[in-house]
Design a protein around this ligand. Structure first.
Ligand SMILES: NC(=O)c1ccc[n+]([C@@H]2O[C@H](COP(=O)([O-])OP(=O)(O)OC[C@H]3O[C@@H](n4cnc5c(N)ncnc54)[C@H](O)[C@@H]3O)[C@@H](O)[C@H]2O)c1
Length: 425
């Protein structure tokens, strides 16, 4: 693409404003407008960067952004995307609304022939995922799905090892995601089926995409179990830890967790009671996946790991060896959210190697979110938009496959049956 980038964002919260900030950091002046039902998260996040700090609401898109242009905080704001399209000269749109609105926004952008930087998941219902795939499968403009971990140097290294034959032919994968900040998903808008579908679509979608990309194979069918054993209950939906008289006694109070476990306080928009009535999504799931060629994989995710008990990654087992990928190789975060040490590690042991030999790699990501994938991911999007080559493509097809896996896993939980993916590639 040779025309000047004119980017707008629909849904300017943690991710949307995070992407605006990063695009402005690497391509100053490229973001021209934004649309949201409320501008409060945009204001909080951008104003904090202007002040030389970063608001908690910047969440996992937090970056160093000390030299943003001052006019960014005053770019035109809309509550109606159509009005924004009509009034502004735009060629590229970030879609980062609540997941249930992704497809509706994709349709609007396709009508206007925009480049589309879509947040994951593609959509949250079978119908919307298929329709989204139909619209974008052969889309002539740039269209990406935001799998932020794909840009992480450790993800790229793991893929190179497996596809370069370091562990021989793939046999199986054993992967876990025990989320130490999992309670956050139950303290804000992500805790209902209506808004996110399920936590496969919210969380596992990244891990499914990582497994797919590392092994380079297509999934065929899925079986899963899931339940809710930790969160939900009878508390009012609008109750926050701030207003609760059990603030210092409830085991899941953000204040008690900060005091006793050194767990950083979440942003003010993520302080709702985790025992609220409206919570209706599962909080733990176990999945098995059949890939082409007979390769098998297992995946488990839980959302109640202790602050220092987070684990993400797994074993990739090949005919010639085993690769152990750990996104949290070493991780130490203070109660103020400062990361003292953060790195990912790869260990590879091989069949025909001396017992004391091992490939051991460390990828430092301290100070960078998504295991150092966020910034590289945004740079890759700028490469695509400017017609330059990049290895981090984050294609719609990858988003489609991962979303279909999530939907199939949920269907398996509900039907107690193995579900064929029926990918329409
Ligand atoms: N790729 C990643 O690593 C990653 C990380 C976090 C979130 N996400 C995704 O980003 C999206 C947003 O999540 P978030 O954490 O930024 O949430 P958030 O609450 O911080 O921000 C969402 C924003 O979208 C706005 N919004 C919601 N529906 C809208 C609509 N119909 N029209 C206009 N604005 C609307 C909200 O008012 C809010 O400002 C979700 O799809 C989520 O899955 C991706």
């Amino acid at each position: 693409m040779s025309e000047k980038l004119k980017i707008a964002c629909i849904g300017a919260g943690c991710s949307g404003t995070g992407q605006i900030t990063l695009l402005e950091k690497y391509s100053p002046g490229s973001v021209v407008a934004f649309c949201d039902v409320s501008r409060s998260l945009f204001d909080k996040i951008i104003n904090s960067y202007m002040d030389g700090s970063s608001a908690k609401e910047a969440g996992d898109f937090k970056t160093y952004a000390t030299s943003l242009r001052k006019e960014l905080k005053d770019i035109p704001f809309y509550t109606d995307p159509e009005e924004m399209f009509t009034n502004e000269n735009i060629n590229t749109v970030i879609i980062a609304t609540y997941c249930r609105s992704h497809y509706e926004m994709v349709e609007k952008c396709v009508k206007r022939k925009m480049n589309i930087l879509l947040e994951k998941p593609l959509a949250i219902s079978e119908k919307d995922v298929e329709n989204c795939w139909k619209l974008l499968k052969n889309y002539p403009k740039v269209a990406t799905v935001n799998f932020t971990m794909r840009g992480a140097p450790v993800s790229r290294a793991a893929k190179k090892h497996v596809q370069g034959g370091t562990i021989g032919r793939m046999v199986s994968v054993q992967y876990v995601n025990n989320v130490h900040y999992g309670d956050n998903y139950f303290r804000g808008w992500m805790r209902t089926r209506e808004k996110i579908g399920n936590l496969f679509l919210q969380k596992a979608t990244h891990d499914f995409d990582i497994i797919n990309s590392i092994i380079g194979l297509k999934p065929i069918s899925i079986a899963a179990f899931g339940s809710r054993l930790v969160y939900g209950g009878n508390m009012p939906n609008d109750l926050t830890c701030n207003d609760c008289d059990r603030k210092w006694t409830c085991p899941m109070s953000i204040y008690k967790l900060e005091l006793e476990a050194g767990k950083p306080l979440p942003g003010k928009n993520n302080r709702l009671c985790v025992y609220a009535q409206e919570i209706d999504i599962d909080d733990n799931q176990a999945v098995i996946i059949q890939y082409e060629g007979g390769v098998t994989a297992s995946y488990c995710q839980t959302f109640n790991a202790p602050q220092r008990g987070g684990q993400r990654g797994g074993y990739f087992i090949g005919t010639d060896g085993i690769m152990h990928l750990r996104y949290y190789g070493q991780f130490d975060e203070t109660s103020k959210g400062q990361i003292l040490v953060g790195n990912s590690q790869i260990d590879i042991t091989r069949y025909h190697e001396k017992p004391g030999s091992i490939i051991h790699e460390i990828y430092d990501w301290n100070g960078h979110s998504h295991f150092d994938g966020t910034e590289y991911g945004i740079m890759a999007k700028l490469d695509l938009l400017n017609g330059r080559p990049t290895e981090i493509l984050n294609t719609i097809e990858e988003g489609y496959i991962s979303a279909k896996m999530c939907l199939a896993a949920q269907k398996s939980i509900e039907t107690h049956k193995v579900v064929d993916l029926g990918l329409n590639l």
